[in-house]
Design a protein around this ligand. Structure first.
Ligand code: SF4
Length: 243
């Protein structure tokens, strides 16, 4: 895969390169063994746009927890038409009803970490077994927990297998303002909930509108000391060079 010395050199190189250049490297290195994962936040939309207009046809997937807003599901269809792609939906082993049978109703109200593990982390882990490079839309200015995100990291997605994959974050340096300027300039479809005060959009039970002055992800898991679903923190990071 990638040795630590090369990873460090790439980290330094990517700190000087554009999103387009980083994506082009991923395409040359991995081709369709690199996949874009998106929950259709602004950064993911911009990233798919940057890839598509360079002719980089990365597969795209999303985590469909069965608890997404109708507006999010409609957006997925609009993006498929806009970009001319099919976006793979990763679904949990348990339906929402089956999860209630096994763990009790409305698990997200009692143990959201377990709910996120069942509905997001485990389906993602299965997907990552198929790829060599996971491309995300993480940005450093989203929250304190993401402030040190590097452009490239090595990830051990499954400790049992010990197989490393590359986690690429080509949007790490983008500001929220630059994201929305790009979306408007290129008329990229986006989630209409953003116009109704939702700044970070996940499952409907765990997402609320935010007021001015609140952090971008403050509307997620209100009432819990939880700020990440786990897909970026649950899986152990092996090497992480900060830019
Ligand atoms: S965001 Fe909420 S509803 Fe969605 S998987 Fe996590 S805890 Fe469950």
């Amino acid at each position: 895969m990638i040795a630590a010395a090369e990873l460090k050199a790439l980290d330094q190189l990517f700190s000087r390169q554009s999103t387009e250049e980083i994506l082009a490297w991923a395409w040359d290195r991995f081709g369709t063994r690199a996949s874009i994962g998106t929950s259709f936040q602004g950064a993911g939309l911009v990233m798919i746009h940057c890839a598509r207009r360079q002719g980089l046809n990365f597969p795209v997937f999303t985590l469909d927890t069965g608890l997404l807003f109708p507006e999010t599901l409609e957006l997925k269809a609009r993006l498929e038409a806009f970009f001319g792609i099919v976006i793979e939906s990763l679904e949990p082993d348990l339906t929402v009803t089956e999860q209630a049978d096994v763990h009790g109703p409305e698990l997200w109200r009692r143990t959201p970490d377990l709910c996120c593990t069942v509905r997001k982390v485990l389906p993602l882990r299965d997907k990552l077994a198929e790829v060599d490079c996971w491309i995300t839309g993480l940005r450093r200015d989203q929250s304190q927990t993401r402030a040190n995100v590097g452009a490239i990291e090595l990830y051990t997605f499954d400790e049992a297998s010990g197989r490393d994959i590359v986690k690429l974050n080509p949007m790490a340096a983008w500001s929220r303002e630059a994201i929305w300027d790009h979306i408007r300039r290129h008329e990229i479809p986006y989630n209409p909930l953003h116009d109704r005060g939702y700044r970070s959009i996940g499952c409907w039970p765990c997402t609320r509108q935010t007021a001015n002055g609140e952090g971008e992800r403050a509307g997620r898991w209100t009432g819990f000391a939880k700020v990440e679903c786990g897909i970026h923190t649950f899986l152990p990071k092996k090497i992480d060079f900060q830019i």
